[in-house]
Design a binder for this molecule. Structure first.
Ligand code: ATP
Ligand code: MG
Length: 353
């Protein structure tokens, strides 16, 4: 009997809706090609439009409902009129934290055929995976606002790095580096952040003893961002904290061809809860509804989702289909230099599958 894989689809707002539709097209096609694949999609209309109607980004029982799914496929949320902190905290971060998706995986790979991003770096030298701590650290949300409105006004923002949280993300990265026989780089800032990053460095050092076969290096964040643009081939697997990861992965998106190609996975490795897969760009109100959004990031995220769900072969096939279509930029969306429309890109991918 074919096992049913339950996927919760949250297209969200703006171009989120347009790009997710292409990703689902591709997944539907795979289901047709492979008798062993059986997806059940369920759509949830959550996001800013929902918020404007109900005062909430998601239904009250959203987390209970989502819990029964194998994965969540998310477009993008956010729209003018709804403050960013509401759309972020009440949907994205609620899911990330609530389902303990403590690993963020961001492939940073500049595909052959995509216009070069750094004049002096060949495309194939930009090929790394960043593992970002996704639920604690600098974005833990702890702090205090003291003496508000007085001349002594002082604001504290506290990073929280637990032993458990630090060790598990570093260990995840070591496992990946070992499996892929790649060099693992830790990015931190132990010279200035005298508690959190000294701790991070010591945990990295400790865990590295369990993986003598993995080559390692450590960079300060400031040096790392320079090498991202001057000599990115230094990096293969990167592990870093929530804030530094946020920054280097956007830098990574920049050197890997832009927002239209950047995908991210929010993983709960124990599979105790569903993991969530998304193009990392926003709802892009400036181009929403025009058919110019590039859905390749969403398609890439679908590939990450299939890999996580155990369909590794299809994950690779989607990725090589993406690699093939980027060889023909004239058929792609304007951000890739073409005159194609969003709604046609899914079919291009399908042709290659
Ligand atoms: P956020 O609030 O998360 O920053 P945003 O809506 O501002 O979201 P970004 O992801 O920051 O969107 O993207 C910035 C700009 O890049 C967009 O306004 C849009 O013009 C362009 N862009 C983003 N994603 C895509 C895409 N998939 N295809 C084409 N252009 C895109
Ligand atoms: Mg933005």
């Amino acid at each position: 009997m074919r096992k049913v894989t339950k996927i919760a689809v949250i297209p969200g707002d703006g171009i989120g809706v347009e790009v997710i539709s292409e990703g689902v097209k591709v997944l539907n096609h795979i289901e047709k090609l492979d008798p062993d694949v059986n997806f059940h999609f369920e759509y949830f209309p959550w996001g800013c439009e929902f918020y404007n109607k109900t005062g909430k980004m998601m239904d009250e029982n959203a987390m209970d409902v989502l819990k029964s799914f194998d994965a969540i496929y998310l477009g993008a949320v956010g729209f003018p009129g709804v403050p960013d902190h509401i759309s972020l905290w009440d949907l994205l971060l609620r899911i990330r934290k609530g389902f303990n998706q403590y690993i963020n995986v961001r492939p940073i790979k500049l595909l052959e055929g995509v216009k070069e991003t750094l004049a002096y770096v060949p495309n194939d030298e930009i090929d790394m995976t960043v593992i970002r701590e996704n639920v604690e650290g600098e974005y833990f949300g702890a702090g205090e606002w003291l003496f508000k409105g007085t001349d002594k006004e002082t604001v504290l923002q506290t990073g929280v790095f637990t032993r458990e949280g630090t060790e598990r993300v570093i260990r995840y990265a070591f496992e990946l580096a070992k499996e892929q026989n790649k060099t693992l780089t830790s990015i931190s800032k132990g010279n200035a952040l005298n508690y959190s990053m000294v701790f991070w460095d010591s945990v990295f050092e400790e865990v590295s003893k369990e993986y003598p076969e993995v080559r390692t290096q450590s960079y300060l964040i400031d040096a790392a961002v320079m090498y991202f643009v001057t000599d990115p081939k230094r990096f293969e697997i990167v592990v870093t904290s929530n804030l530094f990861g946020d920054i280097v992965t956007d830098l990574g998106a920049g050197i890997a061809g832009g927002m239209g190609l950047a995908a991210g996975a929010n993983i709960n490795p124990e599979k105790e809860f569903p993991s969530m897969f998304e193009p990392i760009h926003g709802s892009a109100p400036d181009i929403a509804g025009q058919g110019t959004a590039n859905p390749l990031a969403a398609v890439w995220a679908a590939s990450q989702m299939l890999e996580h769900l155990g369909y590794e072969e299809w994950a690779l096939k989607i990725l090589s289909a993406v690699e093939s279509v980027v060889q023909k930029p004239e058929l792609l969306t304007p951000d890739m230099g073409g005159s194609g429309v969003t709604g046609d890109i899914g079919n291009l991918i399908i042709e290659y599958l």
